[in-house]
Design a protein. Structure first.
Length: 426
């Protein structure tokens, strides 16, 4: 093993450092900065928004409970309504409102900076150090300036993969009992489809291929299509291969569409593939409470709930499950099951976002402490924004303590502040 001994600069200017600039991280940074917390948001990519921008996910999901009733309110609803207002095509889609990735980048830029948070793009979280008292002492980032250490009283892990928690020695689990994780997808953009009866189900044989899409501009569709099966979505070599496979899948689907409509084949064009791999499942922290499937079926509320979720249980096959399906077998659950009736939802308690073994670090987003199927519901971007706002607000309460501690946050005071800011809670 190589021991790195070079001295690197250290910065201690911030009260809160948020790792990950996706929907959860942006909402967390906005909420904390609005509350007067000196906040730094670091993001490994070249834009804010995560899967809503660089990932080119076609639409918001889990935003409303089927009757136009928003469960994702506050910052989440504000962001989504800004996106709606920018769309060139005003279509109410079954899967949720469409997303234009380029507008999304700008909206997140404007909202985060207007709140007063500082942003470092193209900056990767590389390491974390933890003291004996269960407190993260510092993190290390890498960017064009090299390595830099950052020391802050509080940290929020919004990486989606619980990178900061894992680097700091926090407990986590990943995958099912066999270590299998849900398939990933690389989204892409098609143009030149104006006027076509855009129906993959009847004109193109994709077998069991996953495919959803949204009409985001005249003649332009954003596609969430194809499954890529990985053993470890955190392995750099596997991720590199998956990105290449995703680009090949995008070309294959584009060619299939052109073959299905030869009269307009010359107009259909693969305009862009996503910069970010659409990972559905990786690390889940060991938190103070584990959100269970039974909580979902019971539409459970919690005394410390900080968000509501109305999305279905969305489970995509693991490599092992794909082998069962390919052999003609069946799985004990459907890919998408148990859709809430209009107006129904379940609560997400604060406790499932707070690691058991760390005091001054917490998470927001799909790395919450939850059963796998439950995580498959709560990972939707609008819900992640609600969790992000809650944890940014919690950070503001913790920052006022003599020794900031997410375990010691008064959840009654947190809920009162969230309700004051427009959240939907029961």
């Amino acid at each position: 093993m190589y021991s790195f001994t070079k001295q690197i600069p250290e910065n201690s200017d911030y009260q809160l450092i948020v790792a990950g600039g996706g929907p959860a991280g942006c909402a967390a940074a906005i909420a904390a900065a609005r509350a007067g917390v000196r906040t730094l948001l670091i993001e490994r990519g070249s834009c804010l928004g995560g899967m809503a921008s660089g990932g080119r996910v076609p639409h918001w999901h889990g935003t409303t409970s089927g009757n136009g009733f928003y469960t994702a309110r506050g910052i989440a609803e504000h962001i989504i309504r800004r996106m709606q207002a920018q769309l060139q095509v005003k279509v109410d889609l079954p899967m949720g409102w469409a997303i234009d990735a380029e507008d999304m980048k700008r909206i997140f830029d404007e909202e985060v900076t207007a709140a007063g948070a500082d942003v470092l793009l193209e900056t990767t979280l590389a390491a974390a150090e933890t003291g004996e008292n269960g407190r993260v002492e510092r993190i290390v980032t890498a960017n064009k300036k090299g390595l830099c250490a950052w020391r802050a009283p509080l940290y929020l892990d919004c990486t989606g993969d619980a990178d900061l928690i894992a680097f700091a020695g926090g407990e986590f689990e990943m995958g099912d009992e066999n270590g299998g994780v849900q398939a990933v997808t690389l989204c892409f953009l098609l143009t030149g489809i104006e006027g076509l009866p855009f129906d993959f189900n009847t004109r193109i044989d994709l077998g069991r291929e996953h495919l959803t899409y949204s009409w985001v501009a005249p003649g332009t569709y954003c596609i969430n299509g194809g499954h890529i099966y990985m053993k470890d979505p955190l392995d750099p070599a596997e991720r590199s291969a998956a990105l290449a496979q995703g680009r090949a899948t995008a070309r294959r689907i584009t060619d299939a569409l052109r073959d299905a409509y030869p009269a307009v084949a010359c107009e259909v064009r693969l305009a862009a593939t996503a910069e970010l791999l659409g990972v559905r499942e990786s690390r889940r922290i060991a938190g103070l409470y584990r959100l269970t499937d039974e909580d979902y079926f019971a539409r459970r509320s919690f005394p410390d709930e900080i968000a509501r979720n109305c999305s279905n249980l969305d489970s995509h096959a693991t490599p092992q499950e794909k082998a069962i399906l390919d052999a003609g077998g069946t799985l004990p659950h459907k890919g998408e099951e148990f859709v809430f009736a209009p107006g129904e939802s379940h609560g997400i308690p604060y406790r499932c976002l707070v690691p058991r073994s760390l005091r001054n670090a917490a998470v927001a987003g799909r790395s919450l402490c939850a059963d796998r199927r439950m995580m498959g519901s709560c990972r939707m971007m609008s819900v992640c924004m609600s969790m992000g706002e809650a944890m940014g607000t919690a950070a503001a309460l913790a920052a006022a303590m003599p020794q900031p501690d997410f375990h010691a946050v008064d959840t009654d005071a947190l809920r009162a502040k969230l309700l004051e800011n427009g959240a939907y809670l029961l």
